[in-house]
Design a protein around this ligand. Structure first.
Ligand SMILES: Cc1cc2nc3c(=O)[nH]c(=O)nc-3n(C[C@H](O)[C@H](O)[C@H](O)COP(=O)(O)OP(=O)(O)OC[C@H]3O[C@@H](n4cnc5c(N)ncnc54)[C@H](O)[C@@H]3O)c2cc1C
Length: 381
């Protein structure tokens, strides 16, 4: 067993930290939060560093970085900014990952090089008003009409749809078979006639809008069917471990580590009874517990990432990572607010934003209850 990052991995991690330190001065992400708009320019710079391209093979302009490198990357992006990590994930892991995993060669050639260069952004539109955890019940209708499928219905809670160019979505193409057998994946242009996007109000991650997408007779050419007609469900299952380990688990560790570091920073600055808060033993012990929890979360996530990279079946480990990291990052963001009192609650300090940004992670990418159901099945309960 080897728990150490290589020199290259350490240097890679440092280069991401340096990038955010140089590009995003103090207050930058606060301002971004207030503006609640996706920072296209910053995303472009991230792409120019080759970080959007990291998961993809060289032939599409990627660097084939592997799962561990992806986990390190998203952790560091989330440490700087949870919404930036979310945007990277919905484009590179969810949308781009779907095309890489079950798209055909022509689709990969058409979309991935532009995605790698940051010229297009993708999002992933699965959830509907009446289907989320039970995704196989989706009702978005796709009817075969010559050279196109015609889509009618609604997707909801879709991250980043308003800033994206294309979405990967799933629709019902056969109502006569068992629910998971009649689903087809599609890639579609979000500016297609008949597509309406509405932004929803929410608690955190404001620069990444959560959107409703309404389809009114949207014509999707058949060359944009993703992974074969009625093959959508089985295809979707192929990317779940990656999504849970990288786009959820590692991302949450970045949020959690930031909460701990910010809590330490402010506990040094804030005085209570005439001496810095951090000098109170109870406070120091609480901070120690928080860091210990992040270390445990990180160990689980790297284990799962290592297993996936080495093609070892890891559904249980992926769900454990998602469960523990998402619940942990919320607990730690909350603990940081609690520890700093008013300095945690008011918006002049980062802790309040960290708390709001953390809260979605036991809901998105499969709720904690769903992860527990999967783990129960995996351990034979
Ligand atoms: C901020 C945010 C961003 C999101 N981004 C995206 C996105 O980009 N693309 C996308 O497609 N979706 C996205 N989602 C949707 C997300 O994946 C779903 O909300 C999630 O899967 C839950 O599904 P649901 O909304 O239908 O809730 P439900 O499934 O109705 O869940 C409601 C509650 O019931 C519980 N529950 C459901 N089934 C069971 C069960 N069998 N046993 C025990 N408890 C159960 C759930 O855990 C939850 O607590 C996002 C959600 C959020 C909050």
């Amino acid at each position: 067993m080897d728990f150490q990052l290589t020199r290259e991995q350490e240097a890679f991690r440092q280069s991401i930290r340096d990038f955010f330190r140089d590009e995003c001065p103090p207050g930058y992400f606060d301002e971004l939060d207030r503006e609640a708009e996706w920072p296209f320019e910053l995303y472009q710079k991230i792409a120019q560093h080759g970080w959007v391209a990291l998961p993809f093979p060289e032939q599409y302009g990627g660097s084939n970085g592997g799962i561990i490198a992806m986990a390190l990357l998203v952790e560091e992006i989330a440490y700087a900014s949870a919404p930036m990590a979310m945007g990277w994930s919905h484009s590179a892991v969810f949308g781009g990952g779907a095309i890489l995993t079950y798209g055909n060669d022509e689709q990969k050639e058409r979309f991935l090089p532009r995605l790698c260069r940051g010229e297009i952004i993708l999002c992933f539109a699965l959830t509907e008003p009446n289907s989320g955890s039970d995704a196989a019940s989706l009702q978005l209708a796709a009817v075969d009409d010559g050279d196109c499928f015609v889509l009618n219905g609604t997707k909801i809670l879709i991250s980043g749809a308003s800033a994206s160019d294309y979405a990967v979505t799933f629709a019902r193409t056969d109502k006569t078979v068992a629910k998971h057998k009649g689903i087809t994946g599609f890639i579609f242009d979000l500016k297609s006639p008949g597509v309406t996007i509405r932004t929803l109000r929410k608690m955190g991650n404001w620069p990444v809008h959560s959107c409703e997408i309404v389809f009114n007779n949207v014509r999707i050419p058949k060359e944009n069917v993703l992974g074969g007609v009625n093959q959508g469900w089985n295809n979707m299952l192929k990317s779940l471990d990656l999504e849970r380990i990288v786009a959820a688990g590692a991302l949450c560790i970045g949020i959690a580590q930031r909460a701990v570091d910010d809590a330490i920073k402010y506990a040094r600055q804030v005085s209570c009874g005439g001496r810095p808060l951090i000098e109170q033993q109870a406070v120091a012990h609480r901070l120690v517990d928080m860091q210990a929890e992040v270390d445990a979360m990180r160990t689980l996530a790297y284990r799962a990432a290592w297993m996936l990279e080495n093609k070892i079946p890891c559904s249980k480990e992926a769900s454990i990572t998602k469960l523990i990291s998402s619940e942990g990052c919320i607990r730690l963001a909350n603990a940081a607010v609690e520890l700093l009192g008013p300095y945690g609650y008011f918006t002049d300090w980062e802790l309040e934003r960290g708390y709001r940004d953390s809260r979605m992670h036991t809901i998105g990418a499969g709720t904690s209850q769903v992860q527990r159901t999967i783990i129960a099945r995996e351990i034979g309960l």
